[in-house]
Ligand binder design. Sequence first.
Ligand code: ARE
Ligand code: CA
Length: 486
Amino acid sequence: QHAPNTADNKQAIVHLFEWRWADIAAECERFLGPYGFGGVQVSPPNENRVVSNRPWWERYQPISYHLNTRSGNDEDFKDMVHRCNQQGVRIYADVVINHMCGAGGSGHGTAGSHFNADSLDFPGVPFGPNDFNDCGTCGTSDCNIHNYGDANQVRNCRLVALLDLKLSSDYVRGKIADYLNYMISIGVAGFRVDAAKHMWPGDMAAIFGRLSDLNTAYFPSGSRPFIAMEVIDLGGEAISASEYTHMGRITEFKYSAQIGSVFRKQNGQKLSHLGNFGEGWGMLSDNNAMVFVDNHDNQRGHGAGGSSILTFRDSRLYKMANAFMLAFPYGFVRMMSSFYFDNTDQGPPADGSGNIMGVSINNMGTCDNGWMCEHRWRQNRNMVRFRNVAAGHGMFNWWDNGNNQIAFSRGDRAFIAINNEDWSALDATLQTGLSSGDYCDVISGDLSNGGCTGKTITVGGDGRAHIYIAGDDEDPMIAIHADSKV
Ligand code: ARE
Ligand code: CA
């Protein structure tokens, strides 16, 4: 389904990429719950192939559906799901169900299951040679995908040599449904479905049709799992995202690519063009889109998007793009939370034995030892609250200077102004839509003990406020909302 099953209609989730389950549980309690995050997309929880030097992408090579990975075991996963749900923070599992591991070789997975990727034997499930698409069905000489213009190839051949499961088989569907249902019984709220483009919509619908309702310990009875499918559709290929929208939301890669190029001012793009961002730009309809500035692939040159993608490395523009995404009423928002890397294969911070390191929080409330924790940056985390406060209110009072200064309100609930000019200040008296009073700008500070640690904005009886944002401001934006009234 398209609705994310968040508690209190919360409007954004965060991808805690490669975090340990124990750290996610703690983060739900100490941070995500209190700051209004709706949920967490977690890395694939099932057993994966152990690849030397432990690249992050080994987790996209399933060996079995036992919940045992570098992030933790079955008990850790259950404890996380329970503790996060107790805080009103949902867990969405990244599920890799199109394929098993890459062709060739044998060994043991992270849960100790044996596998043989030459004879297509995965006793931990069990899957055998009959459970995979053969080269005949695929039609290329090496079984791999070569032509994204051919839908049959894309769905029946191997994506980067990953052994392609025969999802037309009732047995294979049953094993996958059992895996997903097991996580549903534990209390997850839904799934990010990896490589959905590489699966026939009919096969996916058959699997989703077998899923149980969500666990009534946490969700109203009859609740259905949220489905977010990874379909990279930038246009010009045989497969389009709209073939999947009846089943749930789609990761809208056009959004990620375009928001980066607008804030970078590539190809003559300007912020003033953003007034109809989303559908008006040829993207999916609001209800079908999951939106993000970057994801775990395109922040490191995998997947799609290329050089326009903004990441933590471009922190000033990244905060601006995140603020726009969280302020603007389009799509369901997923924020990225990364680990630092020097090369694109590098896995998460780990000790000499390959154990993922815990996330340590410093006294500024941000993270150390290699974890970027973009979601903890004040400008990002406070905009999550902004989006929750603005939920259900459309965009009003759009203003721009015809170039790279914009402002708008969300009904009478929230207001944002962004200045992406290189030098000139935004200096204007603008309609905020808000009731009169003093508001704390949640970009430059926090409302704390009734005072504001950042800039204070005064809204007059007519809803107007004088806004000044220098061109070289560290964070050239101002955001205020009904819950930031001083
Ligand atoms: C690794 C090695 C490969 C090796 C393979 C098997 O890098 O060299 O052949 O293992 O041994 C991730 C990594 C891959 C990695 C894989 C398995 O990105 O490098 O392969 O894990 O460990 C396409 C798909 C899309 C996919 C992107 C990456 O359509 O679904 O490629 N994204 C998801 C995940 C990835 C993950 C996988 C799928 C696999 O998010 O993290 O791969 O589970 C155009 C097309 C897109 C295409 C894109 C890139 O834009 O429109 O459809 O995306 O090009 O090819
Ligand atoms: Ca396939």
